[in-house]
Write a protein that binds this ligand. Structure first.
Ligand code: BG6
Length: 525
């Protein structure tokens, strides 16, 4: 197979063996935007929710910003009996605000209705791929996007290989596979899935998506830590007393009750998004920003996260489920009353964990993480709370109430960074009060818009940059961390605690921190 011309010469060609997935090529790193090379994007699950809400809007965004090659087109594959024209109409309806370039591109879209297990589906696909190369100059390059239900990921990957679609078409340079989350439902199934996918594609062809990695403010964690001399000396156990990572959502499960029932908050958010944010926040400085260096450091960090026994897991975790309540002044139903949810469901919609990272930098620093649906607000943030001063010389109640210094990386919404510290209250008396110094992204970067991460990631996958994608050993390690909780919770005694919608989770989650004299932050709303 021919090497991607944009890749450094030292990198193995795509499709070259990547034993164990550990020595995969490093890729070009966090580089300036370019246009994609000529290619066909094949979306499996083209009539589904993910395609309509995320993939097509991301593509339209790239099209309108001129980030797609002229020699580019899309083939949708799904079980829905659509025609080319119906797929095109759906694509226009999904992105009503897109411009002329998008409308022109959509005219090229083709669609293959069919079962994922049927040879005819792939025969038809192969025919359309060859046509696309002829008509649109897509040069034998393919990116296959698995946006189907997860249970058919392995089937589609294997069928692609069986039909010879896991290598580029004639004269082509690459055939890549983009895989959505969830990647497995526990350690064992993730390893099984990985074995199947690796039978069909090599590790350097596989791009596992976690859309949090595409968010500007998640990437900004790297900039904050490694482009500023001031933070690095204090980014460790000597100065940091505790770390809190919060991914809070005010929405419920919406129309995804059926999916959520078999997932739950630990699989849906903690195993992927939280672990990625945690790894970037706590990892050692990489010696380069290319794919290999960054991902090596993330894996090293994840390997240092303490893996509890199932008994310890019960002790260090809280799982909850929302009951009816009020969010944003609106009365909302409880989880068990949502569509597609069993009336006696024990699926968790809230998780809190107390983790430890066992390395020199973080030994002894509790890492608290929590996520939940139907909490009071949508907020994702990382807060580093620093040790208090060893001795407080100031008198007065206000001074005694002084909060410890906290650095908050606000990932969404109101993206920014804030530092809390003590300042003198004006007046004759010497009193100190907590104040905040705030940096808000959109006040400085006026065209900063919150992105869901998909345009960036889709573009990177099409350009062959794996830096922001999840490597096989990362997925595996993240499952190793969360697996004991899944085991513990499936035993009697792995209890579920209820919380009214619109509150910060079950009360018992407070006790998880109170034991060590800590408390959850109330994010600024
Ligand atoms: C998805 C989860 O991965 O992330 C959803 O499946 C969740 O349940 C979503 O709502 C949150 O993403 P964001 O970008 O809105 O924080």
């Amino acid at each position: 197979m021919v090497t991607d011309p944009r890749s450094p010469a030292s990198m193995p060609a795509e499709g070259a063996a990547a034993p164990g997935g550990l020595d995969v090529p490093s890729g070009p790193g966090l580089r300036p935007p370019t246009r994609t090379p000529p290619l066909v994007l094949v979306i499996f699950g083209a009539s589904g929710d993910l395609t309509s809400r995320k993939i097509l809007p991301a593509l339209a965004n790239l099209a309108d910003r001129g980030r797609l090659a002229d020699e580019f087109t899309v083939i949708g594959v799904a079980r829905t009996e659509w025609t080319d024209e119906e797929f095109r109409q759906a694509a226009l309806k999904d992105v009503p605000y897109a411009g002329e370039r998008w409308r022109k591109l959509v005219e090229r879209f083709r669609y293959v209705p069919g079962e994922y297990a049927a040879t005819e589906t792939f025969d038809r696909l192969k025919g359309l791929l060859a046509e696309a190369d002829q008509e649109h100059g897509t040069a034998g390059n393919r990116v296959y996007y698995l946006a189907t239900i997860p249970s058919v990921f392995d089937m589609v990957a294997e069928a692609l290989a069986k039909e010879g679609c896991n290598v580029p078409g004639e004269g082509g340079q690459f055939a890549r596979l983009v895989v959505e989350k969830p990647y497995g439902r526990d350690l064992e199934s993730a390893l099984d899935l990985d074995r199947s996918v690796h039978r069909a594609f090599d590790e350097d062809q596989i791009f596992r998506i976690d859309h949090y990695m595409g968010k500007e403010t998640v990437q900004n964690v790297l900039a904050l830590r490694f482009a500023n001399a001031v933070f690095e000396p204090i980014w460790n156990r000597r100065y940091v007393e505790q770390v809190q990572i919060t991914v809070s959502e005010s929405l419920g499960v919406e129309h995804r009750g059926g999916f959520y029932e078999s997932a739950g908050a630990l699989r849906d958010i903690v195993q992927n998004h939280v672990m990625q944010v945690l790894a970037l926040t706590l990892m050692e400085p990489p010696t380069g920003v290319d794919a290999q260096h960054i991902r090596d450091e993330k894996v090293k960090l994840l390997k240092a996260v303490d893996i509890p026994t199932p008994d310890e897991a019960v002790d260090k975790s809280v799982r909850g489920q929302y009951t009816h309540g009020v969010v944003d002044h609106v009365a909302v139903p409880g989880y068990r009353e949502e569509e597609g949810v069993a009336p006696d469901s024990v699926t968790e919609t809230y998780v809190a964990l107390r983790l430890r990272v066992e390395n020199w930098r973080w030994a002894g620093v509790p890492i608290y993480v929590r996520t939940g649906k139907r909490l009071p607000a949508r907020v994702t943030e990382v807060a580093l709370q620093f040790h208090r001063v060893p001795f407080l010389a100031f008198d007065g109640e206000l001074s005694r109430q002084l909060r410890p210094n906290t650095l908050v990386l606000r990932i969404q919404p109101d993206e920014g960074i804030s530092l809390n510290f003590g300042a003198k209250v004006p007046g004759e008396e010497f009193r100190v009060q907590s104040v905040a110094m705030n940096f808000l992204y959109d006040q400085v970067f006026h065209d900063a818009r919150e992105s869901d991460g998909y345009p960036r990631l889709l573009h990177d996958a099409m350009c062959g940059d794996p830096t922001l994608f999840i490597r096989t050993d990362e997925v595996e390690q993240a499952w190793r961390i969360v697996d004991p909780y899944l085991t513990a919770w499936s035993e009697p005694g792995g209890g579920l605690h209820f919380y009214p919608a619109g509150t910060w989770g079950p009360h018992i989650a407070d006790l998880l921190l109170e034991r060590s004299g800590d408390a959850w932050r109330i994010p600024e709303l």
